[in-house]
Every structure is written in C-alpha cells, then in structure tokens.
Design a protein around this ligand. Structure first.
Ligand code: NAP
Length: 288
C-alpha cells in the first residue's frame, strides 16, 4: 500500500464520512474527500481532508477525475441509494482500469438479507468486488448507536424511546467512533487485503434494554415503545423523505421487528486492540 498517494473517501460529508476523514487525518492519512456540494468543502478541509474532489457518484466523468492518482479508495455509498449496486460496479471497474491499489467497501452487517433491499444491493457490490481481481477489504458494520441522536430531544421530553420495531428485538449496536477508528486502521495498516470484517458492537440490546440503561444514566424513568410502521411512514412523508427510501426503511424495520440485527464483536475488538465502546459510554460521551 502506497500511503504517499491520496485515499479517496466517498460520502465524505456524511455522518460516517466526516468521522472517517477525521480519523484518517489523525493518523496522517492523505485524504481526498469526494463531495457533491461545494459548500461542504471548507468543513471537510477543517475536518482533515487535504484534497477535495467535487462530483456526483452517478456521474462517470467526475468519478474518473476523483480517482486520478489515488492509492486506495474507501467507498461509503449514500444510505439506501436505489442505484447503490450500479454505483459500486462502476467505481470498482474504474479502480481496476486506473490501477488503484485497494478498494475498501463500506458494506453492512449481513448483506445476505434478501428481504432488505439495501442489504441485497450491498451484497451485489461485494460480489462484484470479490470477483474483480482488485485488492480489497470489506467492512460490515452493524446498526449505529448514533441512531439515538435524532430522537434524543424527544426521549428527554417524553420519557419514551420509540423506534419502529419491537421493544424486545435485539441489536449488536456499534459506536460510530469505533467504526471510524477501525476504518483508519484498516486503510493505513498493512495486512487487511482480501478480508471481510463483521463489525458488531459488544452488547446485544433491545429497545427495552436501552431504555433501562437510559433510566440509570439519566436518573429518571425512560420506557420503550414500538412506533407503529404507519406512524413512521406518515412522519417520514411529512418530513419530505423520498417514497422509495420510505419503502426501503419500512422493509428494513419489518425485518428488525421480526429478527433484530445481531453479530459478534470479536473482530471489532481485535481490530481496535481494545474493548469496543458500550452503549452507556456512547450516551455519556455524545449526549450528556
Ligand atoms: N446507519 C447505520 O446504522 C449503518 C450501519 C451500517 C452501514 N451503514 C452504511 O453507512 C453508509 C453511510 O451512511 P451515513 O448515515 O453516513 O450517510 P449520510 O450521513 O446520509 O451521508 C451520505 C453522504 O453521501 C453523499 N451523497 C448522496 N448522494 C450523493 C451523490 N449522488 N453523489 C455524491 N455524494 C452523494 C451525501 O452528500 P450531501 O452532504 O451532499 O448530501 C453525504 O455526504 C451507508 O451506505 C449505510 O448503508 C449505516
């Protein structure tokens, strides 16, 4: 791996991308941030990017420009993008043509879930990457602890933790700051070629468990409630979310309702060289 050449990070101005760019820069990684809004340029520069590539993931010419001279790519696709599989195929083929040293794909825990459309599209991206002959690493993160952030004010004001799935379904939720650190290690340390890493958090928690932990941390009662899917759908429509994304989220939440999303934390623990962060420490660090 040639660390003198830039690492291209797609989705760089997003929730995941911003933390990953900062973690890479913190280790001295030369980051080229791929962004589609010119207004995000200054924030990314302040956040550690040394170069900016302006473009759109659906525009081939801007992808080729962004890949010019790149040593590695970390591809973080926008969540639930209807063309996620096609975007990944194009990027992988361009990287192959342009001799990019390694393709690191930010996938998802259990891409084999065929009833969840964006997992299935990530599986197709993985399949194309593994078959491409390019050096690669695949990262499969579980659901983020940070999903609490958008509902935090309402949890505090109502005392209710409500997400649109059963209160007993369990998730190996993972801290995004652990994932950013892991991305930086995998991009900058040798020995991760050909690996697929499941990145799951250290506890299997249901909404009831999270409400119990929040009750202890806040010193006031918090209870869990399963938000009905119909209410989730009408709130998402009112917020202007595109119809296709709403349907994808409903399918995901129906899967979560029935099965949760569980994985094993051993690989994350090994990659970090320490215990992954627990839900309580995330809440204390980011929300209090
Ligand atoms: N949330 C989870 O629990 C979880 C778990 C596992 C895996 N993941 C995966 O993590 C990935 C990132 O999620 P996130 O929550 O960080 O996403 P996010 O905050 O929504 O960020 C998406 C980024 O993609 C950019 N973008 C959107 N459309 C684009 C286009 N056509 N061309 C170029 N850039 C475009 C956005 O740019 P703008 O700033 O211009 O909008 C933004 O920077 C997704 O693939 C998701 O499936 C998430």
């Amino acid at each position: 791996m040639d660390l003198t050449k830039p690492i291209l990070v797609t989705g760089a101005s997003g929730r995941t991308g911003r933390r990953v760019v900062a973690a890479l820069a913190g280790r001295g990684g030369p980051v080229r941030a791929f962004i589609r809004r010119a207004e995000a340029r200054d924030e990314l520069k302040r956040g550690g990017a040394s170069e900016i590539a302006l473009g759109d993931l659906t525009d081939d010419a801007s992808l080729r420009r962004a890949l010019d001279g790149v040593g590695q790519i970390l591809h973080i696709c926008p969540p639930m993008h209807p063309r996620e599989d096609a975007i990944a195929r194009t990027l992988i083929d361009f990287c192959d043509e342009m001799n990019v040293g390694r393709f690191v794909l930010y996938s998802v825990l259990h891409p084999l879930l065929s009833d969840v459309p964006h997992h299935a599209r990530k599986l197709e991206a993985e399949r194309h990457l593994v078959g491409s002959g390019l050096p690669y690493t695949i990262l499969q993160p579980s659901r983020y602890m940070q999903h609490l952030v958008p509902i935090w004010k309402s949890v505090l004001s109502t005392g209710v933790h409500d997400m649109p799935f059963s209160t007993t379904a369990q998730f190996s939720i993972v801290d995004l700051s652990d994932l950013a650190e892991t991305c930086a290690r995998v991009m900058m340390e040798p020995g991760h070629e050909g690996a697929t890493y499941q990145l799951a958090g250290p506890e299997a928690l249901s909404q009831n468990d999270m409400a119990r932990i929040l009750t202890q941390v806040l010193g006031k009662p918090i209870r869990a409630e399963a938000k009905p899917l119909d209410r989730f759908r009408s709130e998402a429509q009112a917020a202007g979310m595109p119809a296709e994304r709403i349907e994808t989220m409903c399918l995901m939440n129906a899967h979560y309702d029935a099965h949760g999303l569980l994985g094993n934390p051993n690989v994350l623990r090994w990659l970090l060289g320490r215990e992954p962060n627990r839900f309580e420490s995330f809440v204390r660090r980011e929300l209090l």
